[in-house]
Design a protein around this ligand. Structure first.
Ligand code: AMP
Ligand code: ZN
Ligand code: FE
Ligand code: FE
Length: 287
């Protein structure tokens, strides 16, 4: 029903729960979003859809519209690329197989990093498990939380800039598909792919790669995000304008795991409408 969607802003389309590296269960994430005045939200845990049911029910009971989403891991050479996927079919076989592979690689990788860290620090694999929720996609944030619990660092930020840094002795890369494949998988699942924080510290992806991602069905960019910076941001804004792409703004809320607060960036209603109209894999859950 194009043009008849009942959602209303403010909309925040990038929130994490304890099914990945947020610190709250999905229902609490929705309660925090609601307390910050949001009316439309998406749950976008890393490489999993496990939080959707709980989040959708909580969002509906709070009168918010819920968009099921995910933040899919990808990798271009040495750098990690995050592809937000909205309104995908969670049962699409190819995407499911890939997220299963990524999550399993993340587990192996966390164990390898733990082994390396244990050579120099008093940290056990059980410490990391204790920080990782049942069925959660494990990541460096859980290792960071274990380091905090052991009193080895003050907070996640200190862990990331030190022990967990990609340049350091303990870092192990995770398996992830290349960004074009990631876009193809999301499109194949009927979802709408948007590059998360596309102008972050690592700078823009090469123009040629962005072109290939757009050819594969990339819908747009998350331009409203605290990690984006100039001059990349202006270049992407211009690209989005000339190619009539979707642009979003979101908080990337992780509960206590990051300073980001729900609603600190938001997405215009017209852009939410375009996402909903473009998706074929799923529909929003209305209150
Ligand atoms: P991983 O994908 O396991 O390598 O971990 C990267 C994740 O850690 C990102 O998706 C962020 O959510 C989180 N992250 C990155 N840097 C920081 C930081 N300085 N503080 C807290 N969380 C971070
Ligand atoms: Zn995260
Ligand atoms: Fe991200
Ligand atoms: Fe995120």
């Amino acid at each position: 029903m194009p043009g008849t969607h009942r959602f209303e802003g403010p909309s925040d389309l990038h929130l994490h729960s304890a099914y990945s590296d947020g610190t709250q269960p999905p229902a609490e994430v929705m309660a925090s979003a609601h307390a910050h005045g949001l009316r439309t939200v998406a749950l976008t845990d890393h490489d999993t859809t496990s939080g959707w049911a709980e989040a959708a029910e909580a969002a509906a009971s709070l009168g918010m519209t819920f968009l099921p989403g995910m933040e899919l891991s990808a990798r271009h050479e040495w750098r990690s690329v995050h592809v937000l996927a909205y309104l995908l079919d969670p049962d699409a076989p190819a995407l499911r197989a890939e997220t299963t592979r990524i999550r399993s690689s993340r587990l192996d990788r966390a164990r390898l990093m733990a082994d390396r860290i244990a050579r120099d620090y008093d940290l056990l694999w059980d410490d990391i498990l204790a920080q990782t929720g049942d069925g959660a996609t494990v990541g460096r944030p859980h290792i960071a939380d274990a380091l905090v619990a052991r009193g080895l660092v003050r907070d996640r930020a200190e862990a990331f800039s030190g022990i967990l840094s990609p340049g350091g002795d303990y870092y192990v890369a995770l398996y992830a598909p290349d960004p074009v494949t990631a876009v193809e998988l999301v499109v194949g699942a009927g979802g709408v792919p948007v590059i998360a924080h596309p102008a972050g510290r690592a700078g823009l992806l090469p123009a040629k790669l962005l072109g290939r991602m757009l050819d594969a069905g990339l819908a747009g960019f998350e331009l409203g995000h605290r990690e984006n910076r100039e001059p990349g941001l202006s270049r992407l804004r211009e690209l989005a304008r000339t190619r009539n792409l979707i642009v979003t703004g979101s908080s990337d809320y992780h509960g206590l795991g990051k300073p980001n607060q729900p609603g600190e960036h938001t997405t215009d209603d017209a852009m939410v409408a375009r996402i909903v109209e473009r998706a074929t894999g799923n529909a929003p859950v209305y209150p």
